[in-house]
Write a protein that binds this ligand. Structure first.
Ligand code: HPA
Length: 276
């Protein structure tokens, strides 16, 4: 058995011993969106610290837990707080929660994040449906392959599932919420980009830049999950606006649009579950 799977199984056994719940859809909530998990019909919660072998946070005051519950009658697991590469975890740890949610039974990974707008037509507070990605962080699949999860050289020709993207578009139309579409690029962070780096990622084809998501999407595709994702454009990327960037601005925008984002997630989950 691969070392990765061995560790994952231990985490899974730990989960199974505490909670009996089979999620259909797994959600990872980005900056400022964590509150969504408190608004669903909660069945159970599991703190990351209660799971043996789970990456434990080095960040003070970091709250991390799985929330199990229902959106309408759709069973979901929500990660309230994710694990970032910039915190110093190896990539294997960063994607362990994603793989664990697959073992729990989730067929879909629904990722959300706060991101900087690289595309000049984007405005602060916009939502962007992710239609493809560029992962500039190391691949989470480097090292021994977990054959139990997937193949050594997985195809990435459609990371973000077309049917599920259509389900999100339909949700946005129903709610009359404008939805942009584009390519998300993951850099390692934690520093924001320089103006030249933002120019570079624009030339590369990115519309939004952030510090998460792409690695989790790769791990999810590797183990056969369908993936769908939305970025909240929390700020214009460095050099697009002349204002210096701050986490406070990112947080402020995310908080401001959170009510609308929550509606979009709920309606999207409804439509996505119809596709499964
Ligand atoms: N750059 C990188 N990550 C981010 C940004 C940004 O401008 N905004 C939110 N996350």
């Amino acid at each position: 058995m691969s070392k990765i799977y061995e560790r994952l199984e231990k985490c899974y056994e730990c989960f199974k011993s505490k909670i009996s719940f089979t999620p259909e859809i797994a959600l990872i909530l980005g900056s400022g969106l964590g509150g969504y998990a408190d608004e669903i019909r909660i069945e159970a919660t599991l703190d990351y610290s209660e799971i043996e072998g789970f990456p434990t946070s080095t960040v003070a005051g970091h709250k991390g837990r799985f929330v199990f519950g229902y959106i309408d009658d759709i069973p979901v697991v929500i990660m309230q707080g994710r694990v970032h590469y910039y915190e110093g975890y190896p990539m294997e740890d960063v994607v362990l929660p994603t793989r664990l949610m697959k073992l729990m039974g989730a067929k879909v990974l629904f990722v959300t994040n706060a991101a900087g707008g690289v595309n000049y037509s984007f405005e602060c507070g916009d939502f962007m449906l992710i239609n493809d990605q560029i992962c500039m962080a190391p691949s989470p699949l480097i090292g021994e392959n977990a054959d139990e999860l997937g193949v050594r050289f997985p195809d990435m020709s459609e990371i973000y599932n077309k049917q599920l993207r259509n389900a999100v578009k339909k949700a946005a139309r129903t709610l009359d919420i404008p939805l942009r579409e584009g390519v998300y690029i993951q850099l390692t962070g934690p520093n924001y980009e320089s103006p030249s780096e933002v120019r570079m990622v624009r030339i590369l084809g990115a519309d939004a830049v952030g510090m998460s998501t792409a690695c989790e999407a790769i791990a999810a595709r590797h183990c056969g999950m369908k993936v769908v994702g939305i970025s909240c454009i929390s700020n214009l990327a460095c050099g697009v606006s002349s204002k210096p960037l701050s986490h406070a601005e990112v947080q402020e925008t995310a908080d401001r649009v959170a009510p609308l984002f929550k509606q979009l997630i709920t309606e999207s989950v409804r439509n996505i579950s119809k596709e499964l």
